[in-house]
Ligand binder design. Structure first.
Ligand SMILES: Cc1ncc(COP(=O)(O)O)c(CN[C@H](C(=O)O)[C@H](C)O)c1O
Length: 341
């Protein structure tokens, strides 16, 4: 039975056209700054995000961690929403790599308010960690793929700036946010000091992310990347895939969003499954089952439908992507109906 894989949009496979772009890539030694394809990608990402510079990195996790290392010093504090990826899925890197204390702030579907930020910033007192950075996430993974309204994002960034904080955006799925609202990704990214974007998720590249930002931040991030062993040589073969993805796979994210809505509407009609289809904003569907999440996950897996836990006791996360079609959605719904009946 063909597996229908909703575990994540990280599972996408490079298309034949992308593989041709990889094979034809012009390359050089990127540690010497001589890989023309990496240089082209970094320039394009900076320009598209409305930021001064960018550095190509192997993963979204590394992009986020380089930002924290570049913005913060030991004993500093980073404010972030309580469900953020940097808190839950990066191996404790914030304290482990940088000696920085994360301060989780309860948000709603991953979004914060200016008041949340103002209330969390510590006064300058020798007892206190220094609140140095606000790290936001758009779309928000544990928030269900939620999108930040641009005006709200701007007001939260302004509150952080007034308090003297730098602002980082984990934009692993920022292109999904842009397609969902019909705005360029610079609408959010240009307001920040640094923004991470991933090519290896919905955009379908096999590997790679980028950190864009102020030139001084990216210079420091590049040094930290080398320190972490992230200096890559002929990385143009990976950058070519990212360039191909930026050219051919951004607009089609709307298909993933339509498939997510299709899945949500279908799941809402399955007995014993609870889904609020109106809350599906991008490529994620959070569905509550009438049994513990891991039991539901195993049951669906036995029927060839792969998912991941979503963080709540009975909820599974379904992520649509390049390798899931509308026909796959209908097939999966049939399998899920049979599985839970
Ligand atoms: C918001 C956000 N920021 C950063 C990352 C890290 O990207 P990678 O390190 O996996 O490239 C992810 C990956 N998210 C993955 C997924 O959703 O399946 C897992 C949870 O790590 C992410 O969702």
């Amino acid at each position: 039975m063909k597996r229908i894989d909703f575990r994540s949009d990280t599972v996408t496979q490079p298309t034949a056209a992308m593989r041709r772009a990889i094979a034809d890539a012009e390359v050089g030694d990127d540690v010497y700054g001589e890989d023309p394809t990496v240089l082209r990608l970094e320039a394009q990402v900076a320009e598209r995000l409305g930021l001064e510079a960018a550095v190509f990195v192997p993963s979204g996790t590394q992009a986020n961690q380089l930002a924290i290392g570049a913005h913060c010093r030991q004993g500093d504090e980073v404010l972030t929403e309580a469900g953020s990826h940097i808190l839950h899925y990066e191996g404790g890197a914030v304290p482990a790599l940088w000696g920085v204390q994360p301060q989780p702030l309860p948000g709603e579907r991953g979004l914060l308010s200016p008041e949340d930020v103002r209330a969390a910033v510590r006064e300058d007192n020798i007892h206190n960690p220094r609140t140095r950075l606000l790290s936001l996430e758009n779309t928000h993974n544990r928030g269900g793929g939620s999108v930040w309204p641009v005006a709200r994002f701007r007001s939260v960034v302004e509150a952080a700036r007034k308090a003297g904080l730098a602002v980082h955006l984990d934009g692993a799925r920022l292109f999904n946010a842009g397609v969902a609202l019909g705005v360029p990704v610079s609408a959010w990214a240009s307001l920040t000091d640094s923004t991470a974007v991933c090519f290896s998720k919905g955009l379908g590249a096999p590997v790679g992310s980028a950190l864009a930002g102020r030139a001084d931040v990216i210079r420091e991030a590049r040094r930290l990347r080398k320190r972490l062993g992230g200096g890559m040589r002929q990385a143009g073969i990976l950058a070519a895939a990212a360039l191909h993805a930026l050219e051919h796979h951004v607009d089609r994210l709307a298909d993933d969003h339509a498939n997510a809505r299709r899945l949500a509407v279908g799941l809402a009609e399955v007995p014993g499954v609870k889904v609020d289809a109106s809350r599906v904003e991008t490529n994620m569907v959070f569905a509550e089952f009438s049994r513990p999440a891991l039991e539901a996950l195993s049951l669906l897996e036995r029927h060839g439908v792969l998912t991941n836990p979503a963080g709540a006791p009975r909820t599974l996360r379904f992520v649509t992507h390049l390798d899931v079609s509308a026909a796959d959605i209908d097939e999966a719904l049939g399998r899920i109906r049979r599985a839970v009946s």
